[in-house]
Design a protein around this ligand. Structure first.
Ligand SMILES: [Zn+2]
Ligand SMILES: [Zn+2]
Length: 613
């Protein structure tokens, strides 16, 4: 009797525990919209680019670590702990400065790189097993908390633009940019299945952006059944055949380890800092002898590339197919790299098939769109930077699926005829050559549905309002079928970054015009009108006149400070130092000066002796 009672109690307990679990357990698969067959929308999944997911540091229990302000600590691209860096590097740096030689500086820098970037180091199975976690949103924007949306908007400003697509149809897929590439691609597949279940739709749109293009490519290759789930694919500057930056770095073609360039133009040409700062850095860099500095830099690159980047299968997915075989030979030949190599070889096939797989999308009736950017020379990290057209981060050939283009600053050869090699141009009489005679879009895979933005920098894509407007229109409606559908969005458009003009406009509109002279008030209104008109015109790329107009009047009425853009003293000092002393540090200069003084005296004496003898 007692036994039976116990059994009954145990059963009841089991039910009590199981029932709520069952109810809660289905939440991911729960249908969350009332979409019927007549829903006019398709759920859309954004697959963001490099670093556009929030990846944060955790403790050993997988709980997010918080900083002193209670905020999660970012692990992308590194986990920066200032105190730790000072502890590791301060003494070796001081000793090296005092002795003008490498007194532990290289070792300290290697340690700093390891502790900062090691947070994203994969093991030999290509898995990240360190204390990092990606913040995920397995639900639509409609269910995102205020915090979730602040994270998403910090990467792509959805809050600034309108889309007719209801927020319960919009999703943001996140991943670690250093993470396991195959796992991420399979996760994306699962995520799409989850979205289908939550919305009740059987087809979705996906928007692969930049590095997200590698993930989509991998998914098409590994999970071809996904084709049945897609209505539309909207690529935004996709990294479909890698970036030459990674190709160069993985093949020892790094520019800044050359002192002749490092001390004479590298920083300015990098466009990471303005000219004045670049020249200041060149001068300050002479605080150490060039061989000490370049030696330490070189060791830092070795650690970053050899120990961190080449263990990340997601980094490998951004190596161009043409650069992969040699880089694979260099970094993945050792027996212990076999598992990583197996996985990167798998992606290499996906990469080689990328255009064929996209053609398959087209052939199956899935609408495919693309946005590419050109005439912004690649960053000068690698030696290939000025050899082909690109958008600072990815070469145009990769993002445009094969468009032919002149190099940045050049035009197509005289008498050039468009290639018409794509099977997807609906009318051979289309003119697919850019008005500036730089790009032949007919050589790209999708001539009728690829937009090209002139002079747009890759890492500022999210600040080009026209690109976002095109994307937001495409995800909500099917009215735009190609680059001829909407006169606001012709094939060739201009790069722009609306942050400056929007900031100035906001300040201008806050001014109390009644406090101004009639002349100033009129000038302010005219500047506002000009700025608003240029902003509203999607085909007017150059916003600089409107920005200048607003700046001039706002400076005149004392709302903003004038910005001094004139060259500072270092723009003169640095080239002078380079001409006199090459890449040598300050401590090496006295010896060189002595040489310079003694050499003519010595030569004079020599010639006198020669004349006498
Ligand atoms: Zn719906
Ligand atoms: Zn065409």
């Amino acid at each position: 009797m007692k036994k039976t009672l116990k059994k009954a109690l145990a059963l009841i307990l089991c039910f009590a525990l199981l029932v709520p679990a069952a109810v809660l357990g289905v939440s991911a698969a729960e249908k969350k919209t009332d979409c019927g067959d007549d829903c006019e929308f398709y759920p859309t999944i954004i697959i963001p680019g490099l670093g556009q997911s929030s990846v944060c540091v955790t403790d050993d229990d997988g709980e997010f670590l918080l900083d002193k302000d209670g905020k999660k600590i970012s692990a992308f691209p590194a986990y920066i702990q200032i105190g730790d860096i000072i502890k590791k590097a301060a003494l070796p740096l001081i000793l090296s400065l005092l002795t003008q030689s490498d007194r532990g500086l290289s070792d300290a820098i290697k340690e700093v790189i390891r502790s900062c970037f090691g947070i994203n180091q994969a093991d030999l199975k290509a898995q990240i097993v360190t204390n990092v976690k990606v913040e995920k949103f397995p639900y639509s924007f409609a269910e995102c908390s205020e915090y979730d949306m602040s994270v998403i908007n910090s990467h792509i400003p959805f809050n600034k633009y309108h889309t007719d697509l209801p927020y319960d149809h919009l999703y943001y897929f996140t991943y670690n940019s250093f993470g396991n590439h195959i796992d991420t691609a399979l996760e994306l597949y699962d995520y799409i299945q989850m979205v289908k279940e939550q919305t009740g739709h059987d087809k979705v749109n996906i928007v692969p952006i930049s590095q997200g293009g590698t993930i989509a490519s991998a998914m098409f290759q590994y999970k071809p059944e996904i084709y049945d789930d897609l209505h539309k694919v909207i690529f935004i500057v996709p990294c479909l055949d890698g970036s030459t930056i990674i190709g160069d770095v993985f093949n020892d073609r790094v520019n800044f380890l050359n002192p002749e360039y490092l001390y004479n133009g590298f920083f300015e040409e990098s466009r990471l800092v303005d000219k004045n700062t670049a020249k200041l850095i060149e001068v300050v860099a002479r605080i150490l002898p060039d061989d000490v500095l370049v030696g330490a830099l070189s060791e830092a690159v070795d650690v970053l590339v050899g120990e961190i980047m080449t263990r990340s299968t997601s980094m490998w997915a951004m190596c161009p197919s043409g650069d992969y075989p040699t880089a694979r030979e260099k970094y993945l030949s050792a027996p212990e790299m076999a598992e990583i190599r197996k996985q990167t070889d798998q992606y290499y096939q996906a990469q080689l098939n990328s255009r064929a797989n996209i053609q398959k999308l087209v052939d199956k009736g899935i609408q495919v769109f693309n946005v590419a950017q050109y005439d912004y020379a690649m960053i000068n990290v690698g030696e290939s930077w000025n050899t082909e057209n690109g958008d600072y981060i990815i070469q145009l050939d990769s993002t445009s699926m094969g468009a032919y283009a002149a190099n940045c600053g050049e035009t197509l050869p005289e008498g050039y005829q468009q290639a018409n090699t794509s099977p997807n141009c609906s009318d051979p009489t289309h003119n697919h050559i850019s008005p500036d005679n730089v790009v032949d879009a007919s050589a790209g895979l999708l001539p009728d549905s690829t937009w090209y933005f002139d002079g747009q920098r890759h890492d500022l894509t999210q600040h080009n309002d026209v690109i976002l407007e095109i994307a937001f229109e495409l995800i909500a409606h099917d009215d735009i079928t190609d680059v001829y559908s909407d006169e606001r969005f012709p094939q060739f458009l201009s790069g722009r970054d609306v942050r400056a003009i929007e900031g100035l406009l906001e300040q201008a509109k806050e001014v109390d015009a009644s406090s101004l002279s009639a002349e100033d008030a009129a000038a302010l209104n005219a500047a506002i009108a000009k700025a608003e008109a240029d902003l509203a015109d999607s085909t007017s790329g150059d916003l600089s006149k409107a920005v200048d107009g607003l700046t001039d009047i706002l400076v005149k009425i004392g709302v903003v400070e004038p910005v001094d853009t004139s060259d500072n003293i270092f723009t003169k000092i640095s080239p002078a130092l380079f001409n006199l002393f090459g890449s040598n540090g300050f401590s090496e200069m006295p010896k060189l000066i002595l040489n310079m003084l003694i050499k003519p005296i010595y030569e004079t004496i020599n010639s006198i002796i020669a004349a006498i003898v």
